[in-house]
Design a protein around this ligand. Sequence first.
Ligand SMILES: NC(=O)c1ccc[n+]([C@@H]2O[C@H](COP(=O)([O-])OP(=O)(O)OC[C@H]3O[C@@H](n4cnc5c(N)ncnc54)[C@H](OP(=O)(O)O)[C@@H]3O)[C@@H](O)[C@H]2O)c1
Length: 308
Amino acid sequence: MAQDTPKAPNPDKPTVAVLGPGGVGGLLAALLSRAGHRVVCLATDATAEALRTRGLRVHSGQFGDFTAAVEADTELREPVDACLIAVKATSLDAALSRIPAQTIGDTLLVPFLNGVEHPGLLRAHYRPEQVAPSAIRVESTRVAPGEIEHGSPFAQIDLAGDPVPRARLDALAGALTEAGITTQVLDDEVAALWAKMSFLAPIALLTTRYGVPLGEIRDRHREELTALVTEAAEVSRACGGPADPDGALARYDAFPPGTKSSMQRDAEAGRPLELDAIGGALLRAADRHGVAVPTASRVVRELGTTGA
Ligand SMILES: NC(=O)c1ccc[n+]([C@@H]2O[C@H](COP(=O)([O-])OP(=O)(O)OC[C@H]3O[C@@H](n4cnc5c(N)ncnc54)[C@H](OP(=O)(O)O)[C@@H]3O)[C@@H](O)[C@H]2O)c1
C-alpha cells in the first residue's frame, strides 16, 4: 500500500484533532494527514496504540489505497485549530471526556454526527461559538482499528455553525477541500442538519425495521416510506429546515437497490443503534411543534421493542 503522508506535517497548515477515528473520522484524519496537516487522533488506548504503530490505512475507490501517519492520544492535551468529532451518538457523552473544556482553548469543535440534538449537548459543555455542527455525505466503514474502507464514490461536507465566525468555517472548508473532500459552508445550521436528518431518518428507520436493503423498502413498503418521508419533511419544516418529500423519494429511487443504511449495518453487527439520536429526536421535535407523526412513532416503537 502506498505511504503517501509527507514525513513531517507542514507547520503552516492548521492542526486538526479527530475524536473517534472510525469510518468518518478515520477517513478525514487520513486525508488531512496526506495533505500535510498535523493530525492528532483521540481514541481509546487500544486504537491509539494501533494508530501509532500502523498509521491509518485507507481503501478507497475515490482517493486510492494509502497509509497515513497520524499522532494518537487518549485525550487532547493542547488547543488545536479544529477538533472533528466523529464518534457515534451512543458514545458521545463518554468520548467528550477526551476533550477537556479546560484544555481546548479556542479549538473549533466540528461534530459530524447524524441527528440534530448533539449541538445542544456540545454547547452545554463548551462555548457555543466554538461548536460548528456539520453534515457529511459519505459511506465509510471502520473494518478494524485504523483500517477504513471508503465505499461511496463521493465525500461531501456541509459546514455550518450560526454563532461561529465565518472566517473560521471558510478556513476549515478550504483545508478539507484541498484534502479532497468537497466542502461548502452553509449559512443556516438548522437547515443543514434537518436537510440531512429528514432525508436519512426514513431510510435508516425502515431498512433497520425490516432488515432489508433500500430496493426492497422502495418496492414492498412504498406506502410506509412515503408516509415517513412526508412526516419527516413536515417536522423539518416546523423546525425551520427544508421540506421536499418528492425530492427525497426521487433521490431514494436513484440509489442502487442493495443500499443499506448505517443503522441497519449496526443492527446486523449487533452494535448499539443511533435510534434515539435519529428516531427519538424526530419524535421529540414533532411533539414540540405539534406535528402528527403516526408512522414514525410506530416504527420507532417497533424498533425499540425488537431491539433490532
Ligand atoms: N460511516 C458513515 O459512512 C457515515 C456517514 C454519514 C454520517 N455518519 C455519522 O457519523 C458518526 C460516526 O459514524 P462512523 O460510522 O464513523 O462510526 P464508527 O465507524 O463506529 O467510528 C466511531 C469511532 O469512535 C470511536 N469511539 C467510540 N467510543 C469512543 C470513546 N469513548 N472515546 C474515543 N473514541 C471512541 C470508535 O473507536 P474504536 O475504533 O476504538 O472502536 C470508532 O473509531 C455517526 O453519527 C454516523 O451516523 C457516518
